[in-house]
Design a protein around this ligand. Structure first.
Ligand SMILES: Cc1ccc(-n2nc(C(C)(C)C)cc2NC(=O)NCCN2CCOCC2)cc1
Length: 411
C-alpha cells in the first residue's frame, strides 16, 4: 500500500469513530434503499455542540457513486433552507460511510397527514394564518439558492421538506432535503417502482416529464412546488393517482397520472402549450386522449373554488396557477415566485412557520429492525416485490431499458 503502514496505524488510532462520538443504538428513525437514519446526541466527549443530530448510514460500502455525489454536493451548499451536512465519518474497518446532519423533527408528509386525519375526525388544529405562506416562502428561498447554484432537486415532494422542531435553535424552519432514491438515475426515466419496496409517486411529476421530456429543468421543480402549495391548502395531494399494483415499465408515460392532471387542470390547448406536439410521447397522448374535449370544462380555478372555496382572484390562487402552468416556459422562476404579490401582502411570511404556536405533531417514532415502518412516507404501498440489492435492481432496470430500445427498433 502506498501509505507507510506505521503511519496508517497512527491515523486509524487517532480517527474519531462515529460510535465513540454518538449514541444511536436503537434510535433508527428512517430506512430505505439509500441507507438508514438514526436520531442521535453527541456523547460528552464529542466536540459536536449539544442537541439532536441525524446520522445517515449510507447503504452499501465504500465510496459508491451516490455517496460521492451526496458528499460532494452537500459540502458545497450552505443555506438556511437547505439541509446542512455537519460531518462525514469514514469507518475504514467496515468501509461504512456515515453523514451527520442537523436533526429535523418534522416533515410536510407527516404534518399534512396529521391535519388530514384531524379534519376527518372533525378536530381542527389551529395554525397561524401565514402557515402556508411561510412554508412556501422558505421552500422557494431554498430552491432559489439551489437553482442559482445550478442544482436541480428533481424529486420535490412533502416527504423531502423537513421542518425543525421546538428543541432546535431554528424552531419552525424549513430544510429542503432529499431522502434518496430518485437520485439513482439522472435521466428523468421513471425508475422501476419495485425498488425496495418504496413506491415512487408521480403525483408531483410535471406533465412534460410524463410526456417524455429528456432533461430535468428548474421549471420541473417549480411545478412540484405548486403541487405542494395546493396540498398545504387542501391537505390532499392535488394530483393524487392510485399507484398501479403491477410493476411499471420504465417508460415515463403514465396515462392515469396524466388523466388526473387533465381532470383538475383541463386539457392543454395549442395556445396553452405551443411545444406540446414536439414532446416524445405526444403520439401516445393523442391516442389516449384525442383532442381532450372531455376535459373542456375543467380548470384549476373550478377545482379549487368548488372543492375548497378558494377565490380565483386571490393572490394565493394566482401564484398557485402560475406555478402550475402546463407549459414549463410559462412557470415563474423561484425568484419571480418570491416577488409575487402573495408574499408582499399581510400576513407576511414568518421565519418560524409555526409563528410561536404550539407544535401539535408528535416526535418521530423509532423503528425496530423487525417491524417495517408502515407510516414511513416512502412506503406508500408495500405491494412491490422487494429487491434483494440495488445491483439487482440496476441490472433489471438496464434490462428493461434494453428491452424498450429493442421494442422501439422493432416498431
Ligand atoms: C445520492 C444523493 C442523495 C441525496 C442528495 N441530497 N441532495 C440534497 C439537496 C441539496 C438537493 C436538497 C440533499 C441531499 N441529501 C439528503 O438530504 N440526505 C438526507 C439528510 N436527512 C436524513 C434524515 O435526517 C435529516 C437529514 C444528493 C445525492
Amino acid at each position: 500500500a502506498w501509505m507507510d503502514a506505521d503511519f496508517r496505524r497512527q491515523l486509524s488510532a487517532r480517527r474519531e469513530r462515529v460510535e465513540d462520538a454518538f449514541e444511536f443504538e436503537g434510535r433508527k428513525v428512517g430506512r430505505g434503499s439509500y441507507g438508514q437514519v438514526f436520531k442521535t446526541k453527541p456523547r460528552s466527549c464529542a466536540d459536536a455542540p449539544a442537541g439532536d443530530y441525524a446520522l445517515k448510514q449510507i447503504e452499501g460500502s465504500g465510496l459508491s457513486m451516490s455517496a460521492c455525489r451526496e458528499i460532494a454536493l452537500l459540502r458545497e451548499l450552505k443555506h438556511p433552507n437547505v439541509i446542512s451536512l455537519k460531518q462525514v465519518y469514514l469507518a475504514h474497518e467496515t468501509r461504512q460511510i456515515w453523514l451527520l446532519f442537523d436533526y429535523a423533527e418534522h416533515d410536510l408528509w407527516r404534518m399534512i397527514n396529521f391535519h388530514a386525519s384531524a379534519k376527518k375526525c372533525n378536530s381542527q388544529v389551529s395554525l397561524p394564518p401565514n402557515f402556508t405562506k411561510s412554508i412556501m416562502h422558505q421552500i422557494l428561498c431554498g430552491i432559489h439558492y439551489l437553482h442559482s447554484n445550478w442544482v436541480l432537486h428533481r424529486d420535490l415532494k412533502p416527504a423531502n421538506i423537513l421542518v425543525m422542531g421546538t428543541t432546535s435553535p431554528e424552531r419552525g424552519r424549513v430544510k429542503i432535503a432529499d431522502l434518496g432514491l430518485a437520485r439513482l438515475f439522472h435521466q428523468p426515466l421513471t425508475p422501476l417502482t419495485e425498488i425496495d419496496p418504496v413506491v415512487v409517486t408521480f403525483w408531483y411529476r410535471a406533465p412534460e416529464l410524463l410526456l417524455g421530456a429528456r432533461h430535468y429543468t428548474k421549471a420541473i421543480d417549480l411545478w412540484a412546488i405548486g403541487c405542494i402549495m395546493a396540498e398545504l391548502i387542501t391537505d390532499k395531494p392535488l394530483f393524487y393517482c392510485k399507484q398501479e399494483e403491477d410493476i411499471k415499465t420504465s417508460s415515463p408515460y403514465n396515462r392515469d397520472q396524466l388523466e388526473r392532471i387533465f381532470s383538475v387542470m383541463g386539457f392543454p390547448s395549442q395556445q396553452d402549450w405551443r411545444d406540446l406536439p414536439h414532446l416524445p410521447k405526444y403520439g401516445d397522448l393523442v391516442r389516449n386522449f384525442g383532442t381532450g374535449q372531455q376535459y373542456a370544462r375543467f380548470s384549476l380555478g373550478r377545482h379549487m373554488s368548488r372543492s375548497f372555496g378558494m377565490s380565483e382572484t386571490s393572490p394565493e390562487f394566482r401564484l398557485l396557477s402560475r406555478l402550475l402552468a402546463m407549459d414549463p416556459l410559462r412557470r415563474p422562476s423561484a425568484r419571480e415566485a418570491l416577488e409575487d404579490r402573495y408574499f408582499l401582502e399581510e400576513p407576511r411570511p414568518a421565519a418560524d412557520v409555526f409563528n410561536g404556536f404550539d407544535i401539535p405533531y408528535g416526535k418521530r417514532d423509532f423503528i425496530s429492525d423487525s417491524s417495517d415502518n408502515k407510516d414511513d412516507p416512502a412506503r406508500q404501498q408495500q405491494s412491490q416485490p422487494v429487491h434483494a440489492s440495488l445491483q439487482q435492481y440496476q441490472q433489471s432496470h438496464q434490462q428493461a431499458l434494453l428491452l424498450q430500445q429493442q421494442q422501439q427498433q422493432l416498431s
